[in-house]
Design a protein around this ligand. Structure first.
Ligand SMILES: C[S@@+](CC[C@H](N)C(=O)[O-])C[C@H]1O[C@@H](n2cnc3c(N)ncnc32)[C@H](O)[C@@H]1O
Length: 351
């Protein structure tokens, strides 16, 4: 067997980047938890100054700072021996309101990886693992990662791309957010459309408790009701608008869920399905975004679906053609891709 040394070296170069990225997830979670990025965003500091400011151990901090500077997440000035964040690093790592706030993604990754031993066993047994069975970092990281994207796109772009929905929400509509998790999307919509009434449902009790707390904190508790309910069983009829964010593919029976959405929706109502960005053919998903989604799907989405009735296991990269099949088979006659971002596709389904 002839090894091409150039190809081998290129592959090993890729591996070094990947290995660094794997442990870097833990570094980011530490940095966020201890407020290190926020402190550095305020002022350039030496490790001693940052330790005093954040009440952390200087020796640990020095090691962490070096790892971050090596990875390009913070900046090091050799002349002053100070560490700092550029405007762009601060925007992504220290500003929770920025549409590109990234630490939640690493919290989600670390929380998901805690399931690796169990998921490895599942490869042999085929057993599922429910969303509720994961490390808490999964729920918290998921919300923290997705919320900035929803804040940037949901009201200004996604809802506007749907036929007739924005005006109904402005006038006052009944809305269900199904599989709402910690309610980030529900609360954002409730704030934007105070005349509408919002109902958030998720089968995971801890997420619903957190969603209730978020609605209170954000001052929208009067317009929003959160309740533990499965997608095939949530209560209420005559909704004008139903939304599902990044969760239809997690369900064991997405066709059953789609049929329930149809039965709960008014005849002139709209269902918005937000899914991870994916192309139909595997070869077209073999890129960095696809890698992220297929990996999360192996640890979270596929086991979650497998743990529920039917266990269809669409996976996080099912693509438009498969989504169309699922949704139209449940009685929706109109289906289209309304808009997209590099990370999401937004579908519109109508009876
Ligand atoms: C990836 S999270 C997305 C949460 C939220 N929509 C968001 O975008 O932040 C998937 C959610 O689907 C929920 N879920 C999974 N299967 C469900 C089902 N059959 N009925 C209701 N919720 C479900 C999980 O509990 C979890 O909160």
């Amino acid at each position: 067997m002839a090894i091409d040394m150039d190809k081998l070296n290129a592959f090993i170069g890729q591996f070094v980047g990947d290995l660094g990225a794997a442990v870097h997830a833990g570094m980011v979670v530490i940095g966020e938890r201890l407020g290190l990025y926020k402190a550095l965003a305020a002022h350039p500091m030496t490790s001693t100054e940052l330790a005093a400011k954040t009440r952390t151990d200087e020796r640990y901090l020095r090691e962490w700072l070096a790892s971050q500077a090596a990875g390009g997440y913070i900046t090091y000035d050799e002349k002053t021996n100070k560490f700092s964040l550029t405007e762009e690093q601060a925007f992504a790592m220290a500003n929770e309101d920025s549409p590109a706030y990234l630490p939640g993604a690493f919290q989600l990754a670390l929380g998901s990886l805690a399931a690796v031993p169990r998921i490895a066993d599942s490869f042999r047994t085929g057993a599922g693992m429910g969303w509720h069975e994961h490390d808490d970092g999964v729920f918290h990281g998921c919300e923290k990662f997705f919320r900035p994207g929803y804040a940037a796109n949901l009201v200004s772009s996604w809802i506007s791309a749907l036929h007739d929905v924005k005006s109904k929400l402005e006038a006052g509509a009944r809305v269900a957010d199904v599989g709402c998790g910690k309610g980030a999307s529900t609360v954002l919509m409730a704030k934007a459309f105070p005349n509408s009434r919002f109902f958030g449902f998720d089968y995971h009790d801890k997420s619903i408790e957190a969603a209730q707390a978020a609605a209170k904190k954000e001052g929208v508790a009067d317009g929003v009701k959160f309740e533990v309910a499965k997608a095939k069983e949530y209560p209420g009829k005559d909704y004008d608008f139903v939304a599902v964010f990044d969760c239809l593919h997690d369900m064991g029976d997405p066709v059953g869920a789609a049929a329930h959405v149809r039965s709960s929706l008014r005849d002139d109502g709209t269902w918005m399905i937000v899914e991870p960005f994916a192309n139909d053919a595997l070869k077209d998903n073999l890129n960095p975004v696809g890698r992220v989604y297929y990996s999360f799907s192996t640890l979270l989405c596929t086991p979650c679906s497998r743990s529920q009735e039917v266990g269809l296991c669409l996976g996080a990269q099912s693509g438009e053609a498969r989504m169309r099949e699922v949704i139209t088979s449940a009685g929706f006659r109109r289906f289209r891709r309304a808009t997209e971002t590099p990370f999401n596709i937004v579908y519109e389904a109508r009876p």
